[in-house]
Design a protein around this ligand. Structure first.
Ligand code: NAI
Length: 564
């Protein structure tokens, strides 16, 4: 018996087949398949092709009254027929990505217990902490390439959602498949259900999670450790991506496990990589060297430090000394410019402190701070990045001063959500007479100015994480390193459409993302080889592997008792 014949004879038949989202073709089962697989009578007689099914599915989608209903519809389709789900998404990628993932997935997490229909992924609840390996063995598919795991504590901007946080790994893994081409049956969403401190969830009689306050301290970290050890035992070599953990847990977990297994934290590493990638693209578009830039970072929190660290590494790679690289950064926090005379600096900020001597004669506010406008006024700033959560902080005076000093200022108001954005793109375009290169944190519509259209790129992690997943699967990398993240950022920057067309956006449109993800995956795989953490192969071979790994939604043929 050939392998195909063996698979065919083990295949479910009749209703079991129609209830299998991986194999189901619905009305697209041919007459021959219907005969061999005992489907006659269970389906309407007219046989369709995938394209016709997509048309009907889109009609049904359009009939839904609001975004949450559209999300529920798409999730139901995903649980019924994965090929149709992904083909529909591919055909309407710009319209449906925000419905499957952010921002609509936030509502899906809040409403999780009310819109729950069918199982997907794994719930690993604290009361079952003694049997985590057994829970992992209950996974629906034996082979897993990527796990996305959350503990539901810091879901997007909506905080603690307990077990409802599972909506995020489900949505995110859909994008791993949609853009990265990771096979859907080789993805595994997991929620570590360690309780919730969300009073609304705990009081909701329909809440489906463990009804208990969150476990904390050593008990929490011991539970995480049991989970990681179980993953290493049951699914060695699987990429484990941490998602939406609270800040006090995210960094220690990453630090503890990053050298122990194939793992990364998208909120920490992916976020920095996409911003660094967009900035590297912007610098190339304006035809300057990164090492010549003076970079002002308004906000010096975790996101800012991550971006500064990535840019600094790119500068030292390009030949600058560590000291010179650090001197290019001007960080500003809620106490003003970060400089060495300040006694309140954390070690992360102190690494970027400008020498107190350089700023001793600078103007100060009544409480002795050096503010953003004065920094911009005193230095030849070429890049201004906002990660401060202070809406409107980039005033007209600040933006005009940048535009006066440099022909193409790079201005990134990155704070989320929209009302926290440091500037509105339309203002930045107007104040710089269309000369600024811009990317934002929140989505903004294009700006019309002076008879031209200015598309506004959003620094969205989707530019990076599906490509990292694809890279580690195709290259066989055993770790995810900062060097691999920087390689991803560089390749994203090199794929900026604005490099070829000055009127185009800084970051590629979503419709280009599958192709760009493949390019990034090759660059990341090559970097993994350079670091000695992936098997050696030529670039062509790696490229072939990347292409072969990228799954494309298409129905298999199940006829002839085994002949494909
Ligand atoms: P955080 O709370 O760690 O840092 C905020 C920083 O802003 C702190 O250094 C604080 O001192 C500073 N700040 C606050 N008020 C200020 C003021 N009036 N003047 C000067 N500085 C002030 O927050 P985190 O995690 O670093 O995120 C910051 C923002 O960036 C958030 O809105 C987040 O949504 C956004 N973000 C956007 C990303 C993207 O576009 N892809 C990626 C990551 C974060």
């Amino acid at each position: 018996m050939t392998r195909y014949e063996a698979v065919f004879s083990a295949m479910p038949r009749g209703m079991d087949l129609l209830n299998n989202q991986e194999l189901n073709k619905g009305s697209a089962f041919t007459d021959e398949e219907r005969t061999e697989l005992r489907l006659h009578g269970l389906l309407p007689p007219h046989v369709e092709v995938l394209e016709e099914q997509v048309v009907r599915a889109y009609e049904a989608y359009q009939r839904k009254g609001d975004d949450l209903e559209r999300h529920i519809y798409l999730r139901a389709l995903q649980d019924t027929n994965e090929v149709l789900f992904y083909q529909l998404l591919l055909d309407h990628i710009v319209e449906m990505t925000p419905i499957v993932y952010t921002p609509v997935v936030a509502q899906a997490c809040q409403q999780f217990s009310h819109i729950y229909r069918r199982p997907r992924g794994l719930f690993i609840s604290y009361p079952l902490c003694d049997s985590i390996p057994a829970l992992l063995r209950n996974r629906p598919n034996p082979n897993v390439d990527v796990i996305v795991v959350t503990d539901g504590e810091r879901i997007l901007g909506i905080g603690d959602q307990g077990a409802g946080g599972l909506g995020i790994p489900i949505g995110k893994l859909s994008l791993y498949t949609l853009f990265g081409g990771i096979r859907p049956d080789r993805t595994l969403p997991i929620v570590l259900d360690v309780g919730t401190n969300n009073a609304e969830r705990l009081a909701d009689p329909e809440y489906l999670g463990w009804r208990h306050e969150r476990i904390r301290g050593q008990v929490y970290f011991d539970f995480i450790d049991r989970f990681v050890q179980a993953v290493k035992q049951e699914l060695p070599g699987t990429c484990l991506q941490w998602e939406d953990f609270a800040t006090p847990h995210a960094a220690p977990i990453l630090q503890r496990y990053r050298d122990e297994l194939l793992t990364f934290n998208d909120d920490i590493q992916g976020t920095a990589a996409v911003v660094v990638g967009a900035l590297l693209g912007a610098v190339q578009v304006v035809g300057r060297l990164l090492t010549d830039q003076q970079i002002v970072m308004f906000g010096a929190g975790s996101a800012s430090i991550g971006v500064a660290d990535g840019l600094r590494t790119a500068m030292t790679d390009a030949g600058l000394s560590e000291q010179d690289a650090r001197s290019r950064f001007w960080l500003i926090d809620s106490h003003g410019l970060v400089y060495s005379g300040r006694g309140d600096l954390t070690p992360e900020k102190a690494a970027y402190a400008q020498p107190g001597g350089c700023v001793c004669g600078w103007p100060r506010t009544a409480n002795g701070r050096i503010g953003l406008l004065d920094v911009i006024g005193r230095i030849e700033a070429t890049i201004l990045i906002g990660l401060s959560t202070v809406g409107g902080a980039f005033s007209e005076a600040i933006v005009r001063e940048m535009a006066r000093k440099t022909p193409r200022p790079v201005i990134f108001p990155l704070s989320n959500p929209t009302d926290k954005s440091e500037a509105k793109p339309e203002d930045v375009v107007r104040w710089t007479e269309g000369r600024a290169l811009m990317a934002t944190g929140s989505p903004f519509p294009p700006v019309y100015y002076g008879g031209r259209v200015f598309p506004v790129s959003q620094c969205n992690n989707v530019y990076i994480f599906p490509a990292i997943g694809l890279a580690v699967v195709a290259s066989g990398a055993r770790r995810v390193t900062d060097g691999m993240m920087l390689a991803a950022a560089r390749e994203l920057g090199a794929n900026s459409p604005a490099l070829k067309d000055p009127a185009a956006s800084l970051l590629p449109p979503l419709t280009e993302l599958r192709r760009v993800a493949a390019e990034i995956a090759v660059a990341v795989g090559l970097q993994a080889q350079r670091e000695g953490i992936a098997p050696r192969m030529s670039e062509e071979e790696l490229r072939r592997k990347v292409q072969a790994t990228q799954w494309i939604p298409a129905y298999l043929s199940f006829t002839g008792g085994g002949k494909a």
